[in-house]
Design a protein around this ligand. Structure first.
Ligand code: FES
Ligand code: FES
Length: 151
């Protein structure tokens, strides 16, 4: 079946099977490199995207369900090829090592700060609880989110 959706502002059309996940379509069919396969079962957050502004695990989302919707990946936060202020805070705080978890972490942080511009430490920990990082020990990630928050 053909579906179409906006991917970071660009309209794309793609032929999918009813059982294809959004993750599979983004990575295997559209060549998107900022959405990652980690666990494939909603436990790690590496595949995180936004669908119509809401966080979604793309490994648990059927591609057919996003027909006519707006998908945002971390690349969609760039403006004129410039990192967003939040992305810059991740860089400044060395919040990425291998970077595998980083797109998901950034999208979760964005969703949190959009809803709550001055989160407490606990609220940041809670928001990031569904995203796993095997490298950083989380401290620089939380620092990055805190430094991007309004004080
Ligand atoms: S790959 Fe989707 S949550 Fe891990
Ligand atoms: S930076 Fe490597 S998994 Fe988080």
């Amino acid at each position: 079946m053909m579906i179409r959706f906006y991917l970071d502002g660009q309209l794309v059309e793609v032929d999918v099977k009813p059982t294809d996940t959004l993750l599979k379509v983004l990575v295997d069919k559209l060549g998107i490199t900022s959405v990652h396969y980690g666990c494939g079962e909603g436990s790690c957050g590496a595949c995180m995207v936004m669908v119509d502004g809401k966080l979604r695990y793309s490994c648990l989302t059927f591609a057919a369900s996003v027909n006519d919707k707006k998908i945002t990946t971390v690349a969609g936060l760039l403006s004129d090829h410039e990192l967003s202020p939040l992305q810059k805070k991740f860089v400044e705080n060395n919040a990425a090592q291998c970077g595998y978890c980083t797109p998901g972490m950034v999208l979760v942080a964005k969703a949190l700060l959009d809803k709550n511009p001055s989160p407490s430490d606990e609220e940041i920990f809670d928001a990031l609880a569904g995203n796993l990082c095997r490298c950083t020990g989380y401290v620089p990630i939380v620092k990055a989110v805190k430094s991007a928050a309004r004080r």
